[in-house]
Design a protein around this ligand. Structure first.
Ligand code: NAD
Ligand code: MG
Length: 386
């Protein structure tokens, strides 16, 4: 399988030659959604945030959830109207597909009769459209509005009059108004307050998959584990290895997030800067870069998508096994003990603590005298009934 690259009825597949377009509130006319009903399918991370933000922005919203779904009660308690996915999609002029990516093809089969020419099918991730797992009927606009944040932040930012950056893409513009409508949607959920970058389904899907595999999720965890194992195998204590390779990662990432490479290099000691600048590319060497290219190839030629679709159809045997292995890595047990022992909370290791040189002091584990709230985890605010 390759990506959906026949560009007959959509503007996809284009690569950017220049700076991407960024849209703000002033570029988005709320009237593009006036008189329309938005059906939000799913009430998970993104679904609950989109539905509530849309409703509070004055858009008519109906939530689509299966009979027996535990999220039905939550959505009703939040003051929203709830129907089955099929009924909601039939009613909706815009149908926002916010169920998990792996179940979207099955949900689409159940709702397709209610999606007719003139409607819009909207996504927050391009995977299923790009790889041909969902094929919207002719005459239907196909768009994407994808906040670059988990749903609870999309919701919280909106409530605090702040915005959440997002992406916007038009895969098919049958009506001639697809972009305007998507912009109105992006505005209604708070994204144009912060800025919305125009992209394509192909670009969003491929960069997202590559990023999470090679850099963010896959890359970072392997880097942490490899560093940890190198230290422990050389006889250093697991606790020291954990602090160095796992805990301090947050301090460094906070600096990168705030001020890019320069702020991070400026904030660490000269020794750390020289050592990092001269040794970093020995870790991520030409072989690693070649492997990154191979991973990108598998994303572009559809090999990864096929593998993941088959994995799901087979009930996730490899996924389950890998997940178990990761959970039983020694660093997890060490980390659990240390986090308890040192009782740092989210706030303790926040940006303020990251000012100093993380390589120069041993106090990067946060304040050992901090309170008893160490068990606090990012809130699972979101009802989930899969
Ligand atoms: P989620 O897992 O948080 O929630 C999905 C919801 O769908 C569930 O709560 C449930 O209400 C419903 N659901 C689950 N299984 C179902 C089934 N079999 N049939 C019908 N409904 C079912 O999902 P999410 O993370 O909000 O992802 C939704 C979309 O948003 C995906 O396309 C995802 O890629 C995209 N997205 C997610 C994030 C994020 O940070 N979570 C960010 C940007 C885009
Ligand atoms: Mg409809």
């Amino acid at each position: 399988m390759t990506g959906n690259t026949d560009a007959t009825d959509h503007a996809d597949g284009a690569q950017h030659d220049e700076r991407a377009t960024v849209y703000y509130d002033r570029d988005a006319d709320p009237d593009a959604l006036a008189g329309k009903t938005v059906a939000v399918l799913g009430y998970g991370s993104q679904g609950h945030a989109h539905a509530l933000n849309l409703a509070e922005s004055g858009v008519d919203v109906v939530v689509g959830l299966r009979e027996g779904s535990s999220s039905r009660e939550a959505a009703r308690a939040d003051g929203l109207r709830v129907e089955t996915p099929a009924a909601a999609a039939a009613e909706g002029d815009v149908v926002s597909m916010l169920v998990p990516d792996t179940v979207q093809p099955a949900v689409f089969e159940r709702i397709r009769d209610g999606i007719e020419a003139g409607d819009t099918l909207q996504f927050a991730h391009g995977f299923n459209v790009h790889y041909g797992q969902v094929r919207p009927p002719e005459g239907v606009d196909v768009t994407m509005v994808a906040p670059k944040s988990p749903g609870h932040l999309v919701r919280r930012n909106y409530e605090n009059d702040q915005g959440t950056p997002g992406l916007l893409a038009v895969y098919r513009d049958a009506s001639g108004e697809a972009r305007e409508e998507a912009l109105a949607y992006a505005r209604a959920i708070g994204c144009t307050r912060a800025g919305v970058v125009e992209t394509t389904f192909r670009e969003e899907t491929e960069t997202d998959l590559f990023g999470e595999q090679a850099v963010l999720c896959g890359g970072v965890t392997e880097l942490i584990k490899a560093g940890y194992e190198t230290l422990v195998d050389a006889g250093y204590s697991p606790e020291m290895a954990y602090f160095e390779c796992m805990n301090e990662m947050k301090l460094i990432v906070d600096l990168l997030y705030e001020g890019g490479l320069a702020e991070m290099w400026n904030s660490v000691s000269d020794t750390a800067e020289y050592g990092g600048l001269t040794r970093g590319e020995r870790v991520v060497d030409d072989e690693v870069r070649a492997e990154m290219e191979a991973i990108l190839d598998e994303v572009q030629n559809g090999e990864f998508a096929r593998e993941w679709i088959n994995e799901n159809q087979a009930n996730r045997p490899a996924y389950t096994q890998r997940r178990r292995a990761e959970q039983s890595h020694e660093i997890e047990a060490v980390g659990e003990e240390l986090r308890e022992l040192f009782a740092w909370s989210e706030g303790d290791t926040d940006a303020d603590d990251a000012d100093g040189d993380p390589t120069a002091s041993g106090e990067s584990g946060g304040d050992p005298t901090a309170g008893e709230d160490s068990k606090e985890r990012p809130e699972p605010e979101v009802p989930n009934d899969d």
